[in-house]
Structure formats: structure tokens, C-alpha cells
Design a binder for this molecule. Structure first.
Ligand SMILES: [Mg+2]
Length: 155
């Protein structure tokens, strides 16, 4: 199972008047609530992460795993390709699915409303967070339900 995970507006609530401090690894702290809600999803589903954030190219996947670990999240991480063609988030995700998807279950957790324009069968797997809040408990239970739903496609 995969979680396509954004960071800004998901793990770090957007609040430009109050910049989030960086930790020693030069990346901002995550919201404690978002960490606990994401961990709830990981505990219940054993999913791994595909990072979609625009920050993805700043670090290698093993550096990202350390960054998440330092914030209390122990998970295997891969990421979307570097966005050399300036695709929007929707285009980046569709591109990755087209090239890499192995019929495993997935959810997309993001605050980018343009993702509402995803094709229906993929949009069904979208959990749109509130940018100022990040992943809340309701988002976490939606994601868990989507990941545990019995697949109609034989994999
Ligand atoms: Mg975002």
C-alpha cells in the first residue's frame, strides 16, 4: 500500500505569519498532530510513502527517511521523479502511476485542490487536507478506510 504524501499543508500546516522552525537537519518541524495522525494510518495499514511535495528533490530518499524518523515517523520512502517539466501535482502523480504503479492500493494525501481534477477512479483515493490544519483525525480515518477497502481489481 502506498501513500502519496505532500508536506506543506499536510505535515506542516500553512501559516505564513508564523514560520515553522527548522530542526538540525535544515527542514521544518512537522505538526505533532499530523505526525500522530499519519502514524495511525501507518500502524493500521503498514503502507509506505511516495513523497509528492515540491521539496522532494532537496534530499535523497534515505535522507528523507532520516528526516521523517527525526520527527517520529519510521517508514520506507520513495518519491516522485524530479519535476523537470514543471508539471502540476496532478500531472506528476499521473505520470508516476502510469510508469510505476503495480496495482497496489494507494491514497493521495494533499492540500492541492487542483487534484479534484484527477480522473474519477483516482480521485476516489484522494484525501484533501485543510492547508491551515494538516492531516486531522478525520483525514486519517478516511485514508485508512480507502486503503482497507476491498479491491475490485484482481491484483
Ligand atoms: Mg501542499
Amino acid at each position: 500500500m502506498l501513500i502519496f504524501l505532500d508536506i506543506d499543508g499536510v505535515m506542516i500546516p500553512a501559516a505564513s505569519w508564523k514560520p515553522t522552525p527548522n530542526l538540525d537537519d535544515d527542514f521544518p518541524q512537522f505538526s505533532m498532530k499530523a505526525v500522530s495522525n499519519l502514524n495511525q494510518i501507518l500502524i493500521e495499514t503498514n503502507a509506505s510513502i511516495v513523497l509528492t511535495t515540491s521539496h522532494k528533490s532537496r534530499f535523497s530518499t534515505s535522507e528523507w527517511e532520516s528526516i521523517f524518523k527525526a520527527r517520529g515517523i519510521d517508514v520506507k520512502i520513495q518519491k516522485l521523479d524530479d519535476n523537470l517539466n514543471n508539471l502540476d501535482r496532478k500531472g506528476e502523480i499521473l505520470n508516476w502511476i502510469d510508469k510505476n504503479w503495480n496495482y497496489e492500493k494507494f491514497v493521495i494525501i494533499d492540500d492541492d485542490k487542483n487534484l479534484n481534477g484527477l480522473p474519477t477512479e483516482i480521485k476516489e483515493k484522494l484525501v484533501l487536507t485543510k492547508s491551515l490544519v494538516g492531516i486531522n483525525e478525520e483525514d486519517a480515518s478516511s485514508a485508512i478506510d480507502m486503503l482497507k477497502k476491498r479491491s475490485l481489481v484482481a491484483a
